[in-house]
Design a protein around this ligand. Structure first.
Ligand SMILES: [Zn+2]
Length: 239
């Protein structure tokens, strides 16, 4: 099940909010994209793991994913330990991505930073042949992604590069709004949360406009890189 790009989020909806536009653009280019969610988001104040699963499936169709799976770690309490690191290594070796994208190094939700650290460590360790993992009884080959990027989600972080998502912005918003229990809740039952208020989605759009403006585009997504970006031509930048 090799893919070109694997995006990891700790909660279902993280990848839609953080890198949905780039994933949709990549699928349109013919690349294969998979998503791994670390937890079911069971501590969320609204919705249930079941509703979020159905919502994630709807969002996956909009993103055009080749695969999506949930590693079932504990929302809010998962630790960077051997068991969880091996779970992420197994997923990386299963999908063998060239590009791995994960949560921001720090964010409003403390799970995001911890997820980022877990995935970063697993990405390195996944390349060590003496760490043995198996999937469905078959030993897995070592695999280290060529590139690791972090998407910027809620906290403002100065991006290292910005992905132009002008052409995919509307589709990305649709994928976010697939989580109907989580976002844009105008009225009804249940508590209003930081993310369920309509103002939150206005903030999401404002952020995309801000990043877009920085590169002369209408909408953008900001990313952090973990090593220097190499170029082989001054013509390969878009703007
Ligand atoms: Zn999250």
């Amino acid at each position: 099940m090799k893919v070109d790009i694997l995006a990891v989020g700790v909660h279902p909806d993280d990848v839609e909010l953080g890198c949905g536009g780039a994933l949709i653009a990549s699928v349109k280019e013919g690349k294969k994209v998979a998503v791994v969610d670390l937890t079911k988001g069971e501590l969320g104040s609204r919705g249930t793991p079941e509703t979020r699963k159905a919502e994630a499936e709807a969002a996956s169709r909009i993103l055009g994913l080749s695969a999506r799976e949930n590693l079932g770690m504990a929302d809010g309490f998962f630790q960077i330990n051997q068991e969880n690191t091996l779970k992420v290594i197994t997923a990386i070796r299963k999908y063998q991505p060239e590009v791995l994208i994960c949560n921001a190094p720090h964010d409003r939700h403390p799970d995001h930073g911890r997820s980022s650290q877990l995935v970063k460590e697993a990405a390195f360790l996944s390349g060590l042949i003496r760490i043995e993992t198996s999937l469905e009884g078959q030993p897995q080959a070592a695999w280290r992604p060529k590139h690791l990027y972090h998407y910027i989600q809620d906290d403002y972080i100065e991006p290292d590069f910005i992905f132009d998502i002008t052409d995919t912005f509307e589709q990305r918003q649709e994928s976010i709004l697939s989580y109907t229990t989580q976002f844009n809740v105008v009225a009804g039952d249940g508590v209003q949360t930081y993310i369920s208020k309509p103002q939150f989605m206005q903030g999401v759009e404002a952020r995309a406009r801000l990043f877009g403006k920085r590169i002369g585009a209408e909408f953008g997504e900001g990313y952090i890189k973990t090593r220097a970006l190499g170029i082989s031509s001054f013509d390969r930048f878009i703007l």
